[in-house]
Design a protein around this ligand. Sequence first.
Ligand code: ADP
Ligand code: MG
Length: 682
Amino acid sequence: MNYNEEITAIKGVGEKTAKLFHKLQLQKAGDLLEFYPRTYTQYPAPMSELPEELPTEPIALRARIQGKVFSKHTPRMDVTTTTIRYDEGPLELVWFRMPYVRNQLELGSVRIFYGTIKAEGKGYKMEQPMVYTTEQYEALQSSLQPMYHLTKGLSNNLVKKSVQSALSEITYEEYIPTHILDAHNFVSLSEAYRGIHFPDSFDTLANARRRLVYNEFFDFILRVQLEKAKESVIANELQLPNHALMDKVRWKLPFQLTRGQVDCLEEMERDLNEAEVTQRLIQGDVGSGKTIVAFLEMLRFAENGYQAAIMAPTEVLAQQHYETFRGYCEAYDITYPVYLLLGSMTAKEKREVYAEIQTGKPCFVIGTHALIQKKVQFGNLGIVITDEQHRFGVKQRMNLSTKGVHPYVLVMSATPIPRTLAMILYGDMKISTIHSAPKDRLPIKNAIIEESNRTKAYQFIGREIAASHQAYIICPLVEASETTEAENVTEYSKRLQKMFGSKARIGCLHGRMSPEEKSEVMRAFARNDIQILVSTTVVEVGVNVPNATVMMIENANRFGLAQLHQLRGRVGRGSAQSYCMFIKDKSAKDTKRLEILNQSNDGFYIAAEDLKLRGPGDFYGIRQSGDLNFQIADIYQDADILSVVQEDVLALLSIDPQLTSAQGQDVRAHLAMRSHQIYDNL
Ligand code: ADP
Ligand code: MG
């Protein structure tokens, strides 16, 4: 079987299971192989006594089968039970629809039962425990068990079984040239897939991971390089003689552009005079003022008769840009229309925007992914910008259907990546960096606060509000949860409203609200109709309300460093002193990350520290959260592999630029076969 067959081709994966896999973005058989475990567990040592406090995690109990085994069969139900005894009381073991389990329950033999234990009546109960002999269990204990991301209805066991079938049914051939494999001492691809899912030791896992990281970077960089070879022949046909309007707005702004912003504009101007089409990445830490640079550049295109588009990763951010742009147009008498395009708009609303876009008349278009659907046909697109590019993942490249000239492509990112890395990841993209924040900014003051000191924090927020500022409070959850003990926005905002009474209006924001509700709340917050916004991380990227001066993050130790840095970036966006309070869980042991944030506001420094903290031996950080999302590779942690791959790929292409040799053709065939992975989700 090959990678690209439907996932249902795998033994044991029926229509119903396939639907669940689809929810996890797994479509093809091969996707299962690359559905890497989220983490691994080791089977716990078996106990011969019940633990005093019942754990919520599965445990392993060692016991001798002494009692009778009962089976009940009805056409609809099939139940097998037996009871073992402990000092604390009887423990009932129950299996549904597993009549064959009886054969494993031989009277007098010792077995190990692995499952979750619950209190029931006077005794205890374990449902569907796995049954092992001591030898079987010992073998398991020395291996690592994969734990997968799941969705409702899909059990870890089912995923494990499906992956197992995928491993034995799919034929995967080596495609990386042998001299490369040998030079790096890699395990084979089949060993790597097996080893990442079912490692028998940490060494196996490490070797498997190294090989798969290499492959992922290899595919990616090769694609970037091949694209680059194709792209470099596109002539720049953009005609941009006018800039009066752009200049006018620039000088009328209520602030002076920073050195970095000015440099950016100049570098872009140079790009536009090149004979060939260029692309540029603008890197600037949170709050460095990338939006105005984007707007000014888009304005230049509009006044030269082109359409200008900008894509944001979230609806909240797209909506905000829309309103910012409309505000600029109004303030500076700019008459080009501004259109918004979101996935959540009705078909009719979208059709209206499509029709306008198709005419080719100059305009600003702001949207989410909805911008790059096939139905969107720009009549005369001159520039396209991706904001918060890292959120889209490096693999997703702009894929707009355009007529006419090739547009200028600009991407903006607040994720600090070292220049050398950026050059590898973005191929021939030129890079501008906005190093400094606007002059009027004061560094954010940070504090790590114990839960018990929350009252003081509220008093502090109260004072800021009395001084007509605003605050964000971030909670990890939307609603109360039985399994996670962390703050949730729903209850939190109610509690806070009671506490602040008429002194402050509290708003609540989370991803489960409808787009209209979300934008209504954001607008109210921007107008200062809401003083304290209790929100989940939906405000993490791009949101800009400069009057907000306090950020308070509940359960802060549960968030990643990069995420905390982005969240904190929501304040310190105006001239007033801003504050960030990290509330730490009582039980939090590891506060190193919070301390790093407490010490510094510099994104590059934080990223470097993050890398040191996680270190190369961190197998549990297999998937980096969100940023620059590769399946398994992590651009920081695996930076050394990345540069090795870059060298290998360039060497390969220097002897075989078109991949026409026998080995080159294998590589090409592989890339073609796996293409769905990279581009399908656009
Ligand atoms: P980011 O780089 O995070 O996208 P924004 O573009 O949202 O940042 O800018 C943050 C805030 O700083 C905005 O309110 C913007 O108007 C303001 N701003 C941008 N440039 C300057 C500047 N040169 N001087 C003062 N304020 C600025
Ligand atoms: Mg921004």
